[in-house]
Design a protein around this ligand. Structure first.
Ligand SMILES: NC(=O)NCCC(=O)O
Length: 411
């Protein structure tokens, strides 16, 4: 089912692969295959922007990486964001990776088998990241399980783990082996607080230590995303983790629709913010390439966006509470993981339907260079917004609306 660059992927009986765009893995590949090189360059300039006045460069990866990707049938792409040369600072280049994947066995299998199958599937992709010298790696939201929150059935809570549980231990070993920081978004069970469940990202340092956690701040109540049945809004604020390779934050999925959430990670000094997600085409695909890119621009940091892939079918049908027929799946998780940079450039996206690893070198000096150039921080007028927000939070708040005295006076 894999498509090589430029060729539409064929599914059964010659049909386009499920989840593909007319048989192509991504919009970028569709355009590349169907436009002349000149037109493709122009389209890419507008769609992906320019980095230091040039099209984003690809980087070549070691043979070990491409061999693992071919053996395990996942998409692998690699790029490089540059920054201008500075007189007083050396470049601060870090290599960052994002992994997207589908679940590995049907949701009807024994829970232990489902979790093990996902870990077995993820392991070679992490090995490929390690073989490529990735410094910081982020996995997708709730990566150890199917995204079962659409069902509202409580039995899926069994997938929740303590922060230092099975999946963390599995990744701690790999973090140490590859000298890599790993961000691991899981369903957390907080054993010290009455077994409370959270949607949490565990940040594992490159020595295999747990640096800290962040709990998802904004919980969706839209479509089939019934996550508020399982866990509440996070209580960890907007921590930025100073790692061996840079300052990172994690804005989990639905938090990407909240500009103040992005802002808060920026105010705390993040240089890279990851957005591990689980979202489906019908609901959010037009928003996907815009929100992360806008956050990177507005906050002068890099963003790594990750979405899972495939269609997950659940044993019992459920409804979306909108009067439409019941169904047993969410629809298609459209992958399309990518990076956005503070200078408005971004990488092409990974496959819309295959597992994948996207890698990018990024010179973190670009963050300050963009702050100096556009002065978004300096011109932000935070004091004005702080006083509006403090007024807004009062019960007696009256919106500042000036009514045209003539609107009801015209015949
Ligand atoms: N996982 C999650 O928060 N999904 C909500 C849907 C979306 O934000 O696109």
């Amino acid at each position: 089912m894999a498509s090589s660059n430029g060729k539409p992927a064929q599914g059964e009986e010659g049909k386009a692969a499920e989840g593909s765009i007319g048989g192509y893995e991504s919009l970028h590949r569709l355009l590349e295959a169907n436009l002349s090189p000149e037109l493709f360059q122009e389209a890419s300039r507008l769609l992906l922007g320019l980095n230091c006045a040039r099209p984003l460069e690809t980087i070549s990866l070691p043979e070990a990486t491409t061999t693992i990707a071919e053996t395990h049938n996942f998409d692998v792409q690699a790029f490089c964001f540059s920054a201008d040369k500075e007189f007083l600072r050396q470049p601060r280049v870090v290599r960052v990776g994002l992994i997207q994947n589908s679940i590995a066995v049907p949701t009807t299998c024994h829970f232990a088998d489902q979790k093990k199958a996902i870990m077995d599937k993820i392991k070679p992709i992490i090995d490929a990241a390690g073989a490529s010298g990735v410094n910081i790696l982020c996995l997708q939201e709730a990566w150890t399980m199917p995204f079962a929150f659409c069902t509202r059935e409580k039995r899926w809570c069994e997938f929740a783990e303590p922060v230092d549980g099975e999946s963390t231990q599995f990744l701690q070993e790999l973090a140490q082996k590859y000298n890599m920081v790993i961000v691991s978004p899981i369903l957390e069970r907080d054993v010290n607080h009455g077994e409370t469940i959270w949607n949490t990202a565990v940040v594992i340092g490159n020595s295999g230590n747990i640096i800290g956690i962040h709990r998802k701040n904004h919980i969706p109540r839209v479509g089939d995303f019934n996550e508020s049945t399982y866990y509440m809004e996070g209580n960890t604020g907007h921590p930025v983790f100073e790692t061996a390779y840079g300052k990172i934050g994690v804005n989990i999925c639905y938090g990407r629709h909240h500009p103040l959430n992005w802002l808060a990670f920026g105010l705390n000094g993040a240089e890279i913010v990851f957005n591990p997600s689980a979202t489906v085409g019908e609901l959010s695909e037009p928003m996907w390439p815009i929100e992360a890119r806008n956050a990177a621009i507005a906050n002068s940091y890099f963003v790594g966006s990750i979405n899972r892939v495939g269609t997950e079918v659940f044993p019992n049908p459920f409804t979306s509470g909108d009067g439409k027929p019941q169904h047993a799946d969410f629809g298609h998780f459209y992958g399309s993981s990518h990076f956005s940079a503070p200078d408005a450039s971004c990488t092409p996206s990974l496959s819309r339907y295959r597992d994948g690893l996207i890698i990018s070198d990024m010179d973190l000096n670009l963050c300050r260079q963009l702050k100096d150039k556009w002065a978004f921080r300096m011109t932000a007028r935070y004091d004005m917004y702080a006083s509006l927000l403090s007024e807004y939070l009062k019960p007696g708040f009256k919106p500042q609306v000036i009514v045209d005295p003539l609107i009801n006076k015209r015949a």
